[in-house]
Design a protein around this ligand. Sequence first.
Ligand SMILES: [Zn+2]
Length: 229
Amino acid sequence: MQKLRHFLCLCCACMGVQAALAADIVIDAGHGGRDPGTVRTYKGKLHLEKTFTLDMSKQLQREFKQKGYSVAMTRSVDKTVSLQERLNYARAHCKKLFVSVHVDSAPTPRAHGVNAFAAGKNHEMGKRSMHIARNVQSTFNPIRPVRKENFFVLKNANCPTLLVEMGYITNDRDLERLLNQKARGKMVSTLGQVLDKSIKQQEKKAKTKPATQTTKDKNSTKKSPLRQI
Ligand SMILES: [Zn+2]
Protein backbone atom coordinates (compact mmCIF):
# COMPACT_ATOMS: atom_id res chain seq x y z
CA MET A 1 0.00 0.00 0.00
CA GLN A 2 2.84 2.30 0.95
CA LYS A 3 4.59 1.51 -2.37
CA LEU A 4 1.40 2.12 -4.33
CA ARG A 5 0.89 5.46 -2.58
CA HIS A 6 4.48 6.41 -3.34
CA PHE A 7 4.00 5.42 -7.00
CA LEU A 8 0.80 7.46 -7.26
CA CYS A 9 2.51 10.46 -5.69
CA LEU A 10 5.34 10.19 -8.18
CA CYS A 11 2.82 9.99 -11.04
CA CYS A 12 1.00 13.05 -9.73
CA ALA A 13 4.32 14.87 -9.44
CA CYS A 14 5.17 13.94 -13.04
CA MET A 15 1.79 15.11 -14.25
CA GLY A 16 2.21 18.33 -12.33
CA VAL A 17 5.56 18.98 -13.95
CA GLN A 18 4.19 18.15 -17.39
CA ALA A 19 1.17 20.36 -16.89
CA ALA A 20 3.47 23.19 -15.81
CA LEU A 21 5.80 22.86 -18.81
CA ALA A 22 3.76 25.18 -20.96
CA ALA A 23 0.59 27.17 -20.53
CA ASP A 24 -1.41 29.33 -22.89
CA ILE A 25 -1.49 32.10 -20.33
CA VAL A 26 0.82 32.91 -17.43
CA ILE A 27 -0.71 35.17 -14.80
CA ASP A 28 1.59 37.08 -12.51
CA ALA A 29 0.02 38.30 -9.27
CA GLY A 30 2.17 41.32 -8.46
CA HIS A 31 4.28 41.42 -5.27
CA GLY A 32 3.63 38.92 -2.43
CA GLY A 33 5.32 37.61 0.72
CA ARG A 34 7.80 40.14 2.08
CA ASP A 35 6.83 42.61 -0.67
CA PRO A 36 3.33 44.03 0.01
CA GLY A 37 3.40 46.38 -2.98
CA THR A 38 1.66 49.67 -2.45
CA VAL A 39 -0.22 50.04 0.87
CA ARG A 40 -2.86 52.33 2.30
CA THR A 41 -4.73 52.67 5.57
CA TYR A 42 -8.34 53.51 4.72
CA LYS A 43 -11.24 53.72 7.17
CA GLY A 44 -9.02 52.26 9.90
CA LYS A 45 -7.88 49.22 7.90
CA LEU A 46 -4.56 48.50 6.21
CA HIS A 47 -4.91 47.47 2.56
CA LEU A 48 -2.08 45.78 0.68
CA GLU A 49 -1.61 45.63 -3.07
CA LYS A 50 -0.37 42.03 -2.89
CA THR A 51 -3.74 40.87 -1.50
CA PHE A 52 -5.72 42.53 -4.31
CA THR A 53 -3.38 41.25 -7.01
CA LEU A 54 -3.60 37.65 -5.79
CA ASP A 55 -7.38 37.74 -5.52
CA MET A 56 -7.80 39.23 -9.00
CA SER A 57 -5.24 36.87 -10.54
CA LYS A 58 -7.04 33.84 -9.11
CA GLN A 59 -10.32 35.04 -10.58
CA LEU A 60 -8.62 35.69 -13.91
CA GLN A 61 -7.22 32.16 -13.78
CA ARG A 62 -10.72 30.71 -13.24
CA GLU A 63 -12.16 32.76 -16.08
CA PHE A 64 -9.43 31.77 -18.54
CA LYS A 65 -9.84 28.11 -17.61
CA GLN A 66 -13.58 28.39 -18.27
CA LYS A 67 -12.74 29.77 -21.71
CA GLY A 68 -10.60 26.68 -22.40
CA TYR A 69 -7.07 28.07 -21.88
CA SER A 70 -4.36 26.35 -19.91
CA VAL A 71 -3.14 28.71 -17.19
CA ALA A 72 -0.05 28.92 -14.99
CA MET A 73 0.54 31.31 -12.09
CA THR A 74 3.85 32.79 -10.94
CA ARG A 75 2.37 32.60 -7.45
CA SER A 76 -0.94 31.33 -6.12
CA VAL A 77 -0.26 31.99 -2.43
CA ASP A 78 1.18 34.87 -0.43
CA LYS A 79 4.88 34.27 -1.03
CA THR A 80 7.91 36.23 -2.14
CA VAL A 81 8.82 35.78 -5.82
CA SER A 82 11.63 37.85 -7.30
CA LEU A 83 11.16 39.75 -10.56
CA GLN A 84 13.81 37.57 -12.20
CA GLU A 85 11.95 34.42 -11.10
CA ARG A 86 8.70 35.79 -12.53
CA LEU A 87 10.37 36.60 -15.82
CA ASN A 88 12.14 33.25 -16.00
CA TYR A 89 8.88 31.49 -15.29
CA ALA A 90 7.08 33.41 -18.00
CA ARG A 91 9.82 32.72 -20.52
CA ALA A 92 9.72 29.02 -19.72
CA HIS A 93 5.97 28.53 -19.66
CA CYS A 94 4.11 31.20 -21.63
CA LYS A 95 2.56 30.34 -25.00
CA LYS A 96 0.03 33.08 -25.74
CA LEU A 97 0.07 35.77 -23.04
CA PHE A 98 1.90 36.84 -19.91
CA VAL A 99 -0.14 39.27 -17.84
CA SER A 100 1.15 40.89 -14.67
CA VAL A 101 -1.60 42.21 -12.37
CA HIS A 102 -0.98 45.24 -10.14
CA VAL A 103 -2.65 48.11 -8.29
CA ASP A 104 -1.25 51.61 -8.71
CA SER A 105 -0.57 54.49 -6.32
CA ALA A 106 0.09 58.18 -6.86
CA PRO A 107 1.07 61.24 -4.81
CA THR A 108 -2.25 62.84 -5.74
CA PRO A 109 -5.53 61.18 -4.69
CA ARG A 110 -7.10 62.42 -7.93
CA ALA A 111 -5.21 59.90 -10.10
CA HIS A 112 -7.60 57.06 -10.91
CA GLY A 113 -8.48 54.34 -13.37
CA VAL A 114 -6.92 51.34 -15.08
CA ASN A 115 -3.55 51.63 -16.82
CA ALA A 116 -2.15 49.14 -19.29
CA PHE A 117 1.59 49.01 -19.90
CA ALA A 118 3.56 47.38 -22.68
CA ALA A 119 7.24 47.57 -23.50
CA GLY A 120 6.19 48.66 -26.98
CA LYS A 121 9.41 47.76 -28.73
CA ASN A 122 9.57 47.42 -32.45
CA HIS A 123 9.72 43.67 -32.61
CA GLU A 124 6.94 41.20 -33.24
CA MET A 125 6.21 40.43 -29.58
CA GLY A 126 6.37 44.14 -28.77
CA LYS A 127 3.78 44.89 -31.43
CA ARG A 128 1.52 42.12 -30.23
CA SER A 129 1.92 43.29 -26.63
CA MET A 130 0.98 46.84 -27.66
CA HIS A 131 -2.09 45.59 -29.51
CA ILE A 132 -3.34 43.78 -26.39
CA ALA A 133 -2.49 46.72 -24.11
CA ARG A 134 -4.38 49.11 -26.42
CA ASN A 135 -7.43 46.86 -26.33
CA VAL A 136 -7.30 46.79 -22.52
CA GLN A 137 -6.76 50.53 -22.22
CA SER A 138 -9.53 51.43 -24.65
CA THR A 139 -11.94 49.12 -22.83
CA PHE A 140 -11.37 50.69 -19.42
CA ASN A 141 -10.35 54.23 -20.30
CA PRO A 142 -10.21 55.14 -23.99
CA ILE A 143 -9.01 58.70 -23.36
CA ARG A 144 -5.75 57.56 -21.83
CA PRO A 145 -3.08 56.09 -24.12
CA VAL A 146 -1.16 52.90 -23.39
CA ARG A 147 1.93 53.75 -21.38
CA LYS A 148 5.17 52.46 -22.83
CA GLU A 149 7.41 51.42 -19.97
CA ASN A 150 10.43 49.23 -19.63
CA PHE A 151 9.25 47.40 -16.53
CA PHE A 152 11.37 44.39 -15.69
CA VAL A 153 8.54 41.88 -16.13
CA LEU A 154 7.77 43.29 -19.58
CA LYS A 155 11.19 42.24 -20.83
CA ASN A 156 9.79 39.06 -22.33
CA ALA A 157 10.30 38.33 -26.00
CA ASN A 158 8.75 34.86 -25.83
CA CYS A 159 5.10 35.80 -25.83
CA PRO A 160 2.96 38.95 -25.74
CA THR A 161 3.34 40.58 -22.34
CA LEU A 162 1.47 43.28 -20.54
CA LEU A 163 1.24 44.78 -17.10
CA VAL A 164 -2.09 46.10 -15.94
CA GLU A 165 -2.70 48.40 -12.97
CA MET A 166 -6.30 47.80 -11.91
CA GLY A 167 -6.88 51.20 -10.35
CA TYR A 168 -5.23 53.39 -7.70
CA ILE A 169 -5.13 52.42 -4.04
CA THR A 170 -4.67 56.15 -3.33
CA ASN A 171 -8.00 57.07 -4.95
CA ASP A 172 -11.06 56.52 -2.72
CA ARG A 173 -13.38 55.50 -5.55
CA ASP A 174 -10.88 53.05 -7.04
CA LEU A 175 -10.15 51.55 -3.63
CA GLU A 176 -13.87 51.17 -2.86
CA ARG A 177 -14.22 49.32 -6.18
CA LEU A 178 -11.29 47.06 -5.33
CA LEU A 179 -12.78 46.34 -1.90
CA ASN A 180 -16.22 45.54 -3.31
CA GLN A 181 -16.16 41.89 -4.38
CA LYS A 182 -18.88 42.34 -7.00
CA ALA A 183 -17.38 45.47 -8.54
CA ARG A 184 -13.87 44.01 -8.48
CA GLY A 185 -15.15 40.77 -10.00
CA LYS A 186 -16.87 42.65 -12.81
CA MET A 187 -13.66 44.53 -13.58
CA VAL A 188 -11.64 41.29 -13.72
CA SER A 189 -14.30 39.64 -15.93
CA THR A 190 -14.06 42.55 -18.33
CA LEU A 191 -10.28 42.20 -18.37
CA GLY A 192 -10.60 38.46 -19.08
CA GLN A 193 -13.00 39.11 -21.95
CA VAL A 194 -10.80 41.72 -23.63
CA LEU A 195 -7.69 39.57 -23.27
CA ASP A 196 -9.52 36.57 -24.73
CA LYS A 197 -10.73 38.69 -27.63
CA SER A 198 -7.21 40.05 -28.23
CA ILE A 199 -5.63 36.58 -28.25
CA LYS A 200 -8.24 35.34 -30.74
CA GLN A 201 -7.66 38.39 -32.97
CA GLN A 202 -3.92 37.68 -33.01
CA GLU A 203 -4.43 33.99 -33.72
CA LYS A 204 -6.71 34.85 -36.64
CA LYS A 205 -4.12 37.30 -37.97
CA ALA A 206 -1.27 34.80 -37.53
CA LYS A 207 -3.12 32.27 -39.71
CA THR A 208 -3.10 34.67 -42.63
CA LYS A 209 0.32 36.26 -41.97
CA PRO A 210 3.01 34.25 -40.10
CA ALA A 211 4.98 36.28 -37.52
CA THR A 212 8.63 37.05 -38.24
CA GLN A 213 11.39 38.43 -36.04
CA THR A 214 14.69 39.81 -37.25
CA THR A 215 17.97 39.65 -35.36
CA LYS A 216 17.92 43.44 -35.09
CA ASP A 217 14.44 43.28 -33.58
CA LYS A 218 15.49 40.66 -31.05
CA ASN A 219 18.24 42.96 -29.75
CA SER A 220 16.10 46.06 -29.61
CA THR A 221 15.03 45.55 -25.95
CA LYS A 222 18.59 45.94 -24.62
CA LYS A 223 18.95 49.72 -24.62
CA SER A 224 16.57 51.26 -22.04
CA PRO A 225 17.16 50.87 -18.30
CA LEU A 226 14.70 48.51 -16.65
CA ARG A 227 12.16 49.70 -14.10
CA GLN A 228 11.59 47.57 -11.05
CA ILE A 229 7.94 46.90 -10.18
ZN1 LIG B 1 2.65 46.73 -8.15
